[in-house]
Design a protein around this ligand. Structure first.
Ligand SMILES: Cc1ncc(C[n+]2csc(CCOP(=O)(O)OP(=O)(O)O)c2C)c(N)n1
Ligand SMILES: [Mg+2]
Length: 343
């Protein structure tokens, strides 16, 4: 199968398949403003979740998405209504990008009645049929098979919808990923596999755990095309998303996008952070931050600080309201212990 092999790498970095890095097409001002607002919403939401966790208002697991915001926001801009999203446990950003309500997500984190899973699922287990978000999965790699299943259902029903299965560099080494790849290509399923390569799986760096660190090539033996994408540049993500979506909607089968990104915070809330240096984190934050990139472009294009502050204020209001709601909303009734469970 002839694949449209066009690789894009972060500025100044050669792609591992030798393609020349190119700059992505510009966004319109509306697209820049939209991307900025949605990425800021995720960033501020995650910062607040981190604070609430520190205060003891959130229990259990909590994996923050800070640093990776451009991926879900850019990909969402390439989708149409009805396309489905599924991911792992680092999932709050995906939910917000899908349009799920910040109150419902935050209240789920605090284990309250108004949470998306009635306060019984927590950070890793939230869903919204309405917004086509299928979780939220704690088993590393499980969402890859489930996302392939979503694509199978679309194919079976004869619609033109596409499903997005997000997973990490660590998850990419799971066996079920390759069983899914095989079936997806064999049956030409409309699924985009988005590998969020944030360089670490818990405390293990990609170079210590992966024989093939160019994740865009992970589908080669199944004939699935792939691209490496600068996952810190929302424009590059959207452009790659457009190409992958077009491929899938045309009935050509699955597509792999390796998003080169970075997580600023620890793996989860307790992370000794001994596996990388402070300088490494600071360098990415300083040189590549996805939100700063958009802010700087907007300012250079004549948007005022005042306009940007208005977006900031709107986002802060949403996040603060969600934190208030999540702390005031009652816990689920004791009778809920026996609903929605297998026994
Ligand atoms: C099947 C399975 N094995 C191991 C774990 C423990 N575990 C949770 S997250 C994780 C690392 C995954 O890293 P990656 O896929 O790179 O995603 P990231 O956390 O970087 O987003 C591991 C090993 C698990 N939850 N499920
Ligand atoms: Mg990772």
């Amino acid at each position: 199968m002839a694949a449209p092999k066009k690789s894009v790498a972060p500025a100044g970095q050669a792609t591992s398949n030798g393609a020349t890095p190119s700059s992505p097409p510009d966004f319109t001002r509306d697209q820049e403003m939209h991307a900025l607002r949605d990425m800021l919403l995720i960033r501020r939401f995650e910062e607040k979740a981190g604070q609430l966790y520190g205060m003891g208002a959130i229990g259990g697991f909590c994996h923050l998405y800070i640093g990776q915001e451009a991926i879900v926001v850019g990909m969402q801009m390439a989708l149409k209504d009805g396309d489905q999203v599924i991911t792992g446990y680092r999932d709050h950003g995906h939910m917000l990008a899908c349009g799920m309500d910040a109150n419902g997500v935050m209240a789920e984190l605090t284990g309250r009645k108004g949470g998306y899973s009635k306060g019984k699922g927590g950070s890793m287990h939230m869903f919204s049929r309405e917004k086509n978000f299928y979780g939220g999965h704690g088993i590393v790699g499980a969402q890859v098979s489930l996302g392939t299943g979503l694509a199978f259902a679309n194919r079976y029903r004869g619609n033109d919808l596409v499903s997005l299965a997000y997973f990490g560099d660590g998850a990419s080494n799971q066996g079920q990923v390759y069983e899914s790849f095989n079936m997806a290509e064999l049956w030409k399923l409309p699924v985009i596999y988005i590998i969020e390569n944030n360089r670490y799986a818990m405390g293990t760096s990609v170079t210590r755990s992966s024989a093939q660190t160019d994740f865009s090539k992970r589908g080669v033996s199944f004939n699935i095309p792939g691209e490496q994408v600068d996952g810190m540049d929302v424009r590059a993500v959207k452009a790659a998303g457009d190409r992958a979506v077009a491929w899938c909607r045309a009935g050509k089968g699955p597509f792999i996008l390796e998003m080169q990104t970075y997580r600023y915070r620890g793996h989860s809330m307790s992370d000794p952070a001994k596996y990388r240096t402070r300088e490494e984190v600071d360098k990415v934050r300083h040189d590549q931050d996805p939100i700063e990139q958009v802010r700087n472009r907007l300012l250079a294009a004549g948007v005022t600080e005042q306009d940007l502050k208005a977006i900031d204020a709107e986002v802060r209001d949403i996040v603060n309201a969600s934190a208030d709601f999540a702390q005031q909303d009652p816990e689920p009734d004791a009778s809920e212990l026996y609903t929605d469970v297998y026994r």
